[in-house]
Design a protein around this ligand. Structure first.
Ligand SMILES: [Zn+2]
Length: 345
């Protein structure tokens, strides 16, 4: 059986932890009705989330080392966009993305808008600008996208709808959003020099775009709007928290053919203290009981934690959507294959 971890940051793990996670296939006892008391070997496919050029280099190495398990994605994370002050560094990163990395993946990510990180209008505009530039690259090179959208769904939806309208109106172009003209206007505003030929290259042709939103956390109305635009939704370990009623209710109502599972694992585990060292992970992703359930003992290994985490998310998704574990895993894989436009089994 193949499980899909549609979004994680394995580049943040130490090499020892990585080797343990990726070199072992875990036999798992399936608890669901259809597979009760059956032991199965589970293979996991990990889709990495890209953040910045340094991370892309690490991802490239990892994908070479583990070509059947790890799929890289390259993009400028909205946090990185916000914290990078030099406009020149951001433009160079876009050039690097287009000239060195884009042909090594079918997924651009994680890109998007995070209006908790960006608070002033200037910060928001900056995120929007680099988000649009990367969407343009995705369109131009026929790539899918992994989206990070926090407190900015309406803005992101509008950007997507505009793109789709443009793609539908054959032969049109968008002088205000995606052209070299707009890029040089942006450069003028920011008193920096942007390479005009590179800018022209990034002007997209008219082709609709697809992908998924990682760690989806919004309303059913927003979810349905994304699905209407052919964008998939990925859910993480927070769906295993009983108190997370909003998302659990959403999963009961949603079109299950558009869902994915993820862990978003992003920090190193503190193996020496036998506890998880990442506060984000413990606070946001797993309840106390789940942490004690998966607590890494001196003699157990990290792979158990990792496998059981995506195993648990798949199991929780199956429960909330009233599907079998096997069907849920299969739908996740099919969805991932649709997004990546290739077969993985
Ligand atoms: Zn991420």
């Amino acid at each position: 059986m193949i499980l899909v971890d549609a979004h994680c940051h394995l580049t943040h793990l130490s090499s020892t932890e990585l080797a343990i996670v990726l070199n072992q296939a875990a036999p798992v006892k399936l608890k669901t009705n259809d597979d009760h008391n059956q032991f199965q070997s589970i293979k996991i496919i990990y889709i990495l989330g890209g953040t910045d050029p340094q991370d892309w280099i690490l991802q490239t190495e990892l994908a070479k080392q583990y070509p059947f398990q790890v799929i890289p994605s390259f993009g400028l994370h909205p946090w990185w966009v916000t914290q990078t002050e030099q406009e020149k560094s951001l433009e160079q990163a876009l050039d690097q993305l287009e000239n060195q990395f884009i042909n090594q993946t079918s997924l651009i990510g994680e890109i998007g808008l995070d209006f908790i990180k960006a608070q002033t209008q200037k910060e928001k505009d900056k995120q929007i600008y680099y988000f649009k530039q990367q969407l343009n690259l995705a369109e131009k090179y026929n790539k899918s996208v992994c989206l990070h959208i926090v407190k900015a769904h309406n803005e992101a939806l509008n950007i997507f709808k505009n793109k789709i309208n443009l793609a539908n109106s054959k032969g049109s172009s968008d002088p205000t959003e995606s052209s070299a003209l707009s890029r040089s206007a942006h450069a003028k505003n920011n008193s920096t020099l942007i390479n005009k030929s590179a800018a022209t290259l990034r002007t997209p042709p008219n082709r609709p775009i697809t992908g998924f939103i990682h760690g989806f956390n919004s309303s059913i109305e927003i979810a349905n709007q994304w699905i209407g635009l052919n964008v998939f939704l990925s859910f993480g370990p927070s769906i295993c928290k009983a108190q997370n009623k909003k998302i659990i209710n959403l999963l009961k109502k949603i079109d299950t053919s558009f869902l994915l599972t993820e862990t978003d694992i992003s920090k190193t585990y503190d193996l020496s203290n036998n506890v998880l060292s990442n506060n984000d992970l413990s606070d946001n992703m797993l309840s106390d009981s789940e942490i004690s359930k998966h607590k890494i003992s001196k003699h157990s290994d990290i792979s158990k934690f990792s496998h059981h985490t995506i195993y648990d998310v798949t199991q929780c998704l199956a429960q909330h959507t009233n599907q079998s574990f096997t069907d849920t895993a299969q739908t996740n894989l099919t969805n991932l294959e649709t997004i990546l436009k290739r077969s993985l089994s």
